[in-house]
Unconditional design. Structure first.
Length: 584
């Protein structure tokens, strides 16, 4: 049995229910482009909402972290990874959590205790030292010298605000040298493999810390890393997770891995992540904004490195790699199979688009850099490469770095702005990957989204379905299937109906039931495969019922006045409404 299956089995045996991985693109959380940790989709439940699968959960979550996208190419970085996680939602706490982690590592994965060490929270002005965890570790057999206390690294929070708490990290001695007597967390031969977070606090946007209504546990173990560690390879891409993909690339390029590691790792990682993004049911396409821009960067960087390896770009190399990845993962993530054709089309179309200009762009780059005075590539060239040849700026930076040159990034940004192409994805906030809390305003918009969905069905027809939703503090955006531009009268009717329901002060209620029962009852649902067997259905009076994780307001009169600001085409057969709520 592989590590993932062993992990799920172990925690199921300890009373956990397995929940499916949430999509890689978060729903109703505009503050992040991708899910970056298993806890992210669980925030409402860590904050106290009742989870339909109970208080003990386990899963493998598809995660994407793009902060280090350009670091990919070395032995450790990847943009996509699977996070093995188990959670207690106000159920067990430190003792069970640490004991089970220890048991899994030493008895299921058979790691010798001597090779393990841990860090615990040393305490700060707000929260005290985690003496309880120290005692538990000692009782389990971890020697005092192998327990290090740190303050900064042992308090976990996603982003700036949200559920948080002290954590205890478990490290593994990854070296053939003798295990030192004393644990030094700064020694890189000690590799962090698992994090147990004791989420009992909430940090608000002003940094104030309060108790959550319940004490939770959130743990996370990166599958790629634990595999590499246990297989005793010093290059993650040499582990069994990657071996077949690297072999495939090596075969396509007719080159050995040795000596071509960087490009092969980049192709392997970027195509895998692109496959998972394109297969997500939110149907992201390569573009110049948001997730679409990341998808574009991944595919274009992979293409450039395929070219470096002299792979014939116009052959079906990317399809061969994608098919291998789909095959490997489809058992766990069904959307890869369902959306296989979409994935292959996305890769191929983006490749066709870029391959036309890549060659010329590279020539232009060579020409200009050959006669460069100094080592700075000016903004005009960087912008030309972007605008005319489709080079993401990061790609130009990478090319420059290979020649020990720099790019005038500030100048590029100014030009970029001047062309009014600076999308909201460019806002630094988004790229930081922080997780914002679902605040009061977002919660209102979330409920208004359900009302809008129901109103559209009444006014336009039953065939209207939600195709996407995005909420910020300022507005809601709702994509829905519809074959025509809404008339003024239709817009007015939709608006009036939503406002009528708001003024009726309908009660928002939540019920749990089996997935079949929910579907039979006609509850709305966007991505059915994402939901576990037991689901949460939100009712608004008798006008709306939708499968949803919440959170929502309790009565519709809390919403204020609903106004449609814009109705426009989103893509073929999909319309988009932007609307706001105005306080009364
Ligand atoms: N959320 C924690 C982390 O990402 C534990 O999963 O490290």
């Amino acid at each position: 049995m592989n590590i993932k299956d062993l992990y799920i089995k172990f925690f199921k045996e300890h009373g956990h229910q397995e929940i499916p991985s949430a999509p890689v693109i978060p729903e109703n959380d505009p503050s992040v482009l991708f899910n970056t940790a298993g806890m992210q989709p669980l925030v409402p439940y860590l904050m106290g909402a009742e989870h339909p699968c109970g208080k003990r959960l386990v899963n493998a979550q598809k995660c994407i972290r793009t902060n280090d996208l350009d670091e990919v190419g070395d032995t450790t970085h990847h943009t996509f990874f699977e996070m093995l996680g188990n959670w207690s939602l106000g159920d067990y706490f430190k003792k069970e959590s640490l004991s089970w982690s220890f048991e899994f590592l030493t008895e299921i994965l058979n790691i010798p205790v001597e090779r393990l060490a841990v860090t615990v929270f040393a305490g700060n002005k707000l929260v005290g030292e985690d003496q309880e965890s120290i005692k538990i570790w000692k009782d389990l057999g971890i020697k005092t010298e192998k327990i290090a206390k740190t303050a900064d690294d042992n308090f976990w929070i996603a982003g700036n605000s949200g559920p948080c708490g002290p954590d205890s990290e478990i490290f593994y001695w990854r070296s053939d040298e003798e295990v030192p007597k004393t644990f030094d967390p700064e020694d890189v031969r000690w590799v962090e493999i698992w994090n147990n977070v004791f989420m009992q606090y909430y940090k608000d946007e002003n940094g104030k810390i309060t108790d959550l209504p319940q004490k939770n546990v959130d743990t996370g173990m990166g599958l790629e890393r634990i595999c590499a560690v246990l297989e005793n390879v010093n290059d993650n891409y040499a582990s069994s997770i990657w071996k077949d993909v690297i072999d495939k690339i090596s075969k396509i390029a007719n080159l050995p891995y040795e000596g071509n590691e960087k490009s092969m790792r980049i192709i392997a990682d970027h195509i895998r992540t692109a496959v998972f993004i394109a297969a997500d049911n939110s149907h992201i396409k390569p573009s110049n904004t948001d997730q679409g821009y990341i998808l574009r960067r991944l595919i274009r960087r992979a293409i450039r490195h395929a070219k470096k390896l002299n792979i014939d770009i116009n052959s079906n190399w990317e399809e061969q790699i994608a098919l291998l990845i789909i095959d490997k993962y489809k058992k766990y993530y069904k959307e890869l199979e369902t959306n296989k054709q979409i994935v292959l089309d996305v890769l191929k179309q983006e490749k066709n688009k870029f391959s036309k200009t890549l060659e010329k762009g590279l020539k232009e780059f060579e020409k200009i850099t050959a006669k460069l005075d100094g080592n700075l590539i000016n903004a005009t060239l960087a912008f030309k490469l972007y605008d005319t040849y489709g080079f993401p700026i990061e790609l130009t930076q990478e090319l420059a770095l290979e020649k020990n040159l720099e790019v005038d990034l500030e100048g590029f940004k100014e030009k970029f702005k001047a062309h009014q192409e600076l999308s909201r994805a460019n806002s630094k906030e988004k790229f930081k990957g922080g997780l914002a809390s679902t605040g009061e305003v977002e919660t209102k918009y979330h409920t208004a989204t359900h009302l809008l969905n129901a109103a559209l069905k009444k006014v336009i027809g039953k065939d209207v379905h939600q195709m996407g939703s995005n909420i910020t503090k300022e507005r809601m955006r709702f994509d829905f299937s519809c074959d025509h531009k809404l008339t003024d009268s239709e817009k007015e009717q939709v608006e009036d109906l939503v406002n009528k329901w708001i003024s009726e002060d309908l009660k928002v209620e939540v019920k749990q039931m089996s997935k079949e029962e929910a579907l039979k009852s006609g509850a709305e649902c966007m991505f059915i495969e994402k939901y576990p067997d037991i689901v949460t259905v939100y009712y608004i009076g008798d006008v709306s019922k939708e499968l949803c994780g919440g959170p929502h307001v309790s009565h519709t009169n809390q919403l204020g006045k609903f106004r449609i600001k814009k109705e426009e085409a989103s893509s073929a057969g999909v319309r988009r409404i932007k609307a706001i709520l105005i306080d009364n």
